[in-house]
Design a protein around this ligand. Structure first.
Ligand code: GUN
Length: 270
């Protein structure tokens, strides 16, 4: 699977470089972080590194957990003139402001999500795009219709928007969450299983069939090691095509932050 991810990554990156080369509007991104969440630090470092590599401007606003208020965040959002994101999770009950679609590089705001439900969106949440890329490379870009996809997880940033995008593409979508009776599900009935719960071990690799596409969106730290949501049983697992963690969905997600920033710059250019 690593080779598949690399091929998708290289081809998307090349396309983006071509687009950036002909843009007259600058591609810019502002990332707002509050506090010291260790996982957020890794994600943000990767995003900044990618922008740096391409000589693009990435402005990182770091705010202290103790002193930051909701109105500080709302003010930054109100003044945003180009692509911006508030890295999640935010501490202390702070909420990411509801950004207008014109600057919403994550596609998490109500305007972008409303457009997604109506099938009129131009920006898709980055992890959703990464998941769609992997399914497209496995089954073909035009073969989503009728595909049986299980989506495990109902977060606003992955599970829910992914289920909607798949419905837009006429897949047959089954949605599961932590209150579903996961034990009794026959996962072999699905062409694709996407696991996005943030809980290590919700599903085990032994539950899948040889060649089945399993997209592991989770990133967890277990015994100091980065792992996904799927527990691997290397001795007896069938050779399902399970995306690796790290170096799987996350690698492509980062690229789509850039892709969405390019789209917003294209829209601003008119
Ligand atoms: N935290 C984990 N994933 C994401 C993401 O895609 N965007 C933001 N803003 N925060 C995240």
């Amino acid at each position: 699977m690593k080779a598949v991810i690399n091929t998708i990554y290289e081809s998307k990156l090349a396309t983006l470089k071509d687009k950036i080369a002909v843009l007259s509007a600058p591609v810019q991104l502002t990332i707002v972080t509050v506090g010291e969440d260790p996982a957020s630090k890794v994600y943000v470092r990767n995003k900044i590194r990618l922008f740096d590599e391409l000589g693009l401007t990435c402005n990182h606003i770091t705010l202290a957990e103790e002193t930051t208020t909701q109105s500080d965040l709302d003010e930054i959002a109100a003044n945003a003139e180009h692509a911006i994101l508030f890295q999640l999770p935010l501490p202390n009950g702070l909420e990411a402001p509801d950004l207008p679609a014109s600057v919403d590089v994550d596609g998490f705001g109500s305007e972008a999500l409303g457009q997604l439900v109506l099938g009129q969106n131009s920006i898709l949440p980055c992890t959703v795009q990464a998941t769609i890329d992997i399914i497209a490379s496995h089954f073909g870009e035009n073969n989503f219709a009728g595909l049986k996809v299980a989506v495990v997880g109902r977060s606003n940033i992955v599970g829910k928007p992914l289920a909607i995008e798949l419905i837009n593409r006429q897949s047959t979508v089954s949605s599961f969450n932590s209150r579903s009776d996961l034990e009794s599900v026959d996962w072999k009935r699905y062409d694709v299983v996407v696991v996005a719960t943030g809980a290590y071990g919700v599903l085990e690799s032994t539950q899948f069939f040889e060649g089945q596409l399993i997209i592991d969106v989770g990133i967890n730290r277990v015994d100091g090691k980065l792992v996904g949501d799927v527990k691997h049983n290397l001795e007896i697992e069938p050779m399902a095509a399970i995306t690796p963690v790290p170096g799987g969905v996350g690698r492509l997600t980062c690229l789509h932050v850039l892709g969405n920033a390019v789209k917003l710059a294209e829209c601003a250019q008119g």
